[in-house]
Design a protein around this ligand. Structure first.
Ligand code: GBH
Length: 455
């Protein structure tokens, strides 16, 4: 295996930072959402989280001990611009300066996500957030501040994390802020997110900062339930309605044809200039992958339900039936453990977007760890990481997919959005109640995998 493969770990600002009222940080839509009864399990919030705002030196020591080369973290927009517009907040800049400098001093490469869902609250309240075109310019201005201030040291950028979640979970199913439930808004929001990405990339490339920039999209594998052409088409359609929705535009300059056909006027158009701006607006493809399901063509007359957990909505538009093999092992999120689905997905991505290097910017699993003692012996996560990285190895060595890096989600147990602190994805045990960082067995298993890869 090539010695320049990038092994890393990932986190996101709202999920780990805490320090919510410090350093002049403004509120984000997640701060507000957490205060609405019934939205987040246990009414948990990110006020303290893992306290990485104060303990990032400890995080970095752990990453070093792990032997990972890279740390993917996100910048909290409300720390940089408390209301989402206007002059940068010096204390916010200073925090990320310290974090970046400490990483570089430890020999760890920063991979920086500009937007991992924490929109400044004022942009939502006063300007309707991603629903309005103005968000495109707001995001581009924020991105430019980050390039100007951190671009001398940060050479790996990700504009947006999983815009699919912002569109579908935030505006279709309403389980993320702004909690809206509308059949059409996800397509409009997605359109603005894609244009925001493209504008930021344009500024990055024109600015001559040096380095690479991409986009991280989530995609779960969809395996045809049978060999019939209709089931194969259904699986293909599900992948195009998910990964293709946000990747076709940034590679080819337009949405997948199947989305155009099925959605008609409900899918916004790109102007010629916008299409040109979008086309090839990534240097690499970010892929966040967690699970797999079987896909089939719904029987005539069946109404495909829009569900919150499984397929994540918009089912009425894609018309795909999803199902699991009951023998599959499940994680604590009820997501299926299917390592071969990961290998097939990597081949699918490489086949649809030839010439683009792939970074697996998230992969991992939640394990039910009720008490501290059992948590440390997390056999399920050990097996998961082992099996998924083996599937990736096969994708690289046998299928010749151009995978350049892998980031385990997550370094620490953290604020798992609507599930609060009840779901644990970390290699390291941590909670707002006990901020001490204690490595689990999977931490050492991952350490072993990283070492063996280069042996
Ligand atoms: C990521 O999103 C987020 O980027 C991260 O912040 C979060 O903490 C992490 O994952 C864990 O949740 O049953 O096959 O339909 C995950 C996006 C989309 C992945 C839905 C799982 C359902 C799997 N998820 N998908 S399936």
């Amino acid at each position: 295996m090539t010695s320049d493969f990038v092994w890393g770990v990932a986190t996101a600002a709202y999920q780990v930072e805490g320090g919510a009222a410090e350093g002049g940080r403004g509120f984000s839509i997640w701060d507000a959402f957490c205060r609405i009864p019934g939205r987040v399990r246990g009414m948990d919030n990110g006020d303290v989280a893992c306290d990485s705002y104060h303990r990032f030196e400890q995080d970095i020591a752990m990453i070093k001990l792990l032997g990972a080369r890279a740390y993917r973290f996100s910048i909290a927009w409300p720390r940089i611009q408390p209301t989402g517009r206007g002059a940068p907040n010096p204390e916010g800049i200073a925090y990320y300066d310290r974090l970046i400098d400490a990483l570089l001093a430890a020999g760890i490469t920063p991979y920086v996500t500009l937007y991992h869902w924490d929109l400044p609250l004022d942009l939502q309240m006063s300007h309707d957030g991603w629903l309005k075109r103005a968000a495109v310019d707001d995001f581009a201005a924020y991105a430019k501040i980050c390039f100007d201030r951190f671009g001398d040291r940060v050479k790996h950028w990700i504009t947006l994390n999983e815009p699919w979640c912002v569109a579908v979970l935030g505006h279709g199913l309403g389980v993320f802020p702004p909690g809206r439930t509308d059949p059409d808004e996800p397509y409009l929001v997605a359109h603005h997110l894609l244009l925001a990405h493209a504008r930021a990339v344009q500024l990055f490339r024109e600015g001559g900062y040096g380095g690479v920039i991409g986009l991280s999209n989530n995609c779960d594998w969809r395996e045809p339930l049978s060999d019939s052409p209709r089931d194969r088409e259904a699986a293909q359609r599900a992948l195009e309605f998910c990964y293709g929705w946000f990747t076709d535009p940034v590679v080819r300059g337009d949405y997948p044809a199947v989305m155009r056909t099925r959605l008609g006027r409900r899918l916004p158009d790109f102007t010629r200039a916008e299409a040109a701006l979008l086309k090839n607006s990534v240097d690499f493809l970010g892929l966040n992958h967690y699970s797999s399901l079987y896909a089939s063509e719904p029987a005539a007359g069946t109404k495909v339900e829009t569900t919150v957990s499984g397929n994540g909505g918009l089912s009425d538009d894609q018309q795909v039936c999803l199902s699991a093999d009951p023998t599959w092992e499940k994680t604590d999120m009820q997501w299926n453990v299917v390592p071969w689905g990961f290998r097939k997905l990597l081949a699918w991505v490489a086949g649809r977007y030839p010439g683009y290097p792939i970074y697996v910017t998230e992969n991992g699993c939640a394990v039910n760890e009720p008490d501290a003692v059992s948590a440390l012996i997390d056999e399920q996560r050990c097996r998961f990481i082992h099996a998924y990285t083996e599937a990736m190895r096969a994708a690289i060595e046998e299928d010749h997919t151009d995978v350049r890096g892998y980031f385990c989600w997550s370094l620490l147990d953290n604020f798992e959005w609507g599930y609060g602190y009840s779901k644990r994805f970390g290699l390291i045990r941590c909670s707002p109640d006990n901020l001490e960082r204690v490595p689990k067995k999977s931490f050492f298993e991952y350490q072993r995998i990283i070492r063996s890869w280069f042996a």
